[in-house]
Design a protein around this ligand. Structure first.
Ligand SMILES: Cc1cc2nc3c(=O)[nH]c(=O)nc-3n(C[C@H](O)[C@H](O)[C@H](O)COP(=O)(O)OP(=O)(O)OC[C@H]3O[C@@H](n4cnc5c(N)ncnc54)[C@H](O)[C@@H]3O)c2cc1C
Length: 445
């Protein structure tokens, strides 16, 4: 009889572990408290139209090789569309195009940086110097980034308009709070390792569709049981097989259990004495960082590009999703590291964003309706030394594993990190049963 694996959490971490283990003959059950899969990378149904709207626009990048592998495996990679150019706009409405030249990395983006209208020639030299120095740092060094940037001749404009613009979106944290390790990784993997690393990929369908029909068909063809609307209350790893108690009182046992829930939920599911021991106790030290997305429907097109990166603005990215319903043009504005918005009501956030858009895109477009969504625990905050608190996927407890973007992945909190964690958890399960297999994909090089 095949061994049973219960995966608690149907986000990308749990789903990628499920795909990997089901392919290798394990009897997998995915247990998800919500009525849908995808976790944070998912959509809600717009009450006005019934259409699927992403809680927040998600993008990937060319350097995200594990997410791409997962999407190819389940047959949804065609929904990730490359954006070969990015547009950067300043409050005065001026725009610079950022696109690669046909030269090998890292030279492919040199001209794009050199043409940025919002940096002076001297700023660009400073940035080039800081960039080279950053790449020379040890990959594991993780001191606070801001003092390091200042020591390396980065002035306020370089920090706000270059380092801040890229890192706040990539790491969901502000430059004054992040460590060097993941900042370096963003620039190393995204800009220098491979020409395609920086290419932004935007799903052409809502996230619930991206991680929807094909994924379910793939899992069901391999015998995976999916229990939605099924919250787990507790697991007891003291006995084997491991006992899992659902919130409604039902129980299940499994030979192996992968806990793939968000970091702020893990310890509550464990017996208290275990939750207070390492490595589980450290999870309590991870801090959340919020993201706000403002969904706006206008009576006519507001902008004529698929997206715009905003420099020196409250909003950071604008995504233009086009005319989703006749007469309704849908735009989403994302504010990462949205801590400064805390305490401001939804109406005020909407007012500030709409005011900003009206300044940037003056014209006749009228707002029809809006929705502001803030995810308070969107990701963990990539503060200096954060990896000391992120546990490995294999735990000291036999047959109990962890997965999630917050575990040790070598990545910040991203879909890529979530998939790596799922693959690593699956590798650990395989190891436990005497099979050594590398599931994690290599980086672009
Ligand atoms: C607003 C926002 C914007 C983002 N933008 C991007 C982006 O552009 N690009 C990018 O790469 N990443 C982005 N991310 C990060 C990305 O969404 C996450 O890194 C990734 O989806 C995490 O997957 P996960 O499986 O680790 O966790 P989750 O997706 O959180 O999955 C955990 C699952 O566990 C379930 N669960 C919790 N408790 C229980 C329980 N007791 N019983 C059963 N199930 C339970 C939850 O319902 C959830 O489905 C964004 C995140 C947010 C919130």
């Amino acid at each position: 009889m095949s061994r049973s694996v219960a995966i608690v959490g149907g986000g990308l971490a749990g789903l990628s572990a499920a795909v990997a283990l089901a392919e290798r003959g394990f009897a997998v059950t995915v247990i998800e408290s919500r009525p849908r899969l995808g976790g944070r990378a998912s959509s809600f149904s717009d009450p006005s139209t019934g259409q699927l709207i992403d809680a927040c626009q998600h993008v990937s990048m060319g350097c995200c090789t594990n997410l791409m592998h997962f999407c190819k495996t389940v047959g949804v990679d065609r929904f990730l569309k490359d954006q070969p150019r990015l547009w950067f706009m300043t409050p005065d409405g001026r725009i610079s195009v950022f696109k690669a030249d046909p030269w090998p990395a890292p030279f492919h983006l040199g001209r794009a940086l050199a043409s940025a209208h919002y940096l002076t020639a001297m700023d660009k030299l400073r940035i080039g110097y800081g960039f080279c120095r950053l790449l020379c740092e040890s990959p594991d060094a993780d001191p606070p980034l801001l003092p390091w940037l200042q020591r390396h001749h980065q002035n306020a404009r370089c920090i706000d308009r270059f380092w801040g613009v890229i890192l706040t979106s990539a790491l969901n944290e502000t430059v004054d709070r992040i460590g060097m390790k993941y900042a370096r990784k963003v620039f190393r993997d995204g800009f220098t390792r491979h020409r395609d690393g920086f290419t932004v990929q935007v799903p052409s369908v809502p996230l619930a569709r991206l991680y929807g029909d094909e994924l379910r068909a793939y899992l069901s063809a391999r015998g995976v049981t999916i229990l939605e609307n099924t919250g787990v209350k507790a697991i007891d790893p003291a006995s084997l097989p491991i006992a899992i108690t659902f919130r409604d009182g039902r129980t299940l046992t499994a030979d192996d259990v992968i806990l793939a829930v968000p970091f702020d939920r893990v310890r509550d599911l464990l017996p208290p004495a275990l939750a207070d021991q390492p490595p589980f106790a450290n999870i309590a030290k991870l801090q959340p960082s919020p993201i706000t997305s403002v969904h706006l429907w206008f009576d006519r097109p507001l902008l004529d590009r698929p997206h715009i990166v905003l420099v020196d603005c409250l909003g950071q990215w604008i995504f233009n999703r086009g005319e989703m319903n006749p007469g309704e043009h849908y735009v989403q504005v994302v504010v990462s590291a949205a801590r400064p918005l805390r305490g401001q009501g939804r109406d005020e956030i909407q007012r500030l964003i709409v005011q900003e858009l009206q300044r940037l895109f003056p014209g006749p477009a009228k707002l029809l309706r809006a929705k502001v969504v803030t995810e308070q625990t969107a990701t963990f905050s990539a503060v200096p030394g954060i990896d000391a608190f992120r546990p490995e996927q294999a735990t000291p407890v036999a047959n109990l594993y962890l997965a999630g973007d917050w575990t040790q992945t070598g990545w910040p909190a991203t879909m890529e990190g979530a998939v790596i964690s799922g693959y690593r958890a699956a590798e650990a399960v395989l190891r436990q049963h005497g099979f050594a297999e590398d599931l994690v994909q290599s980086a672009l090089s």
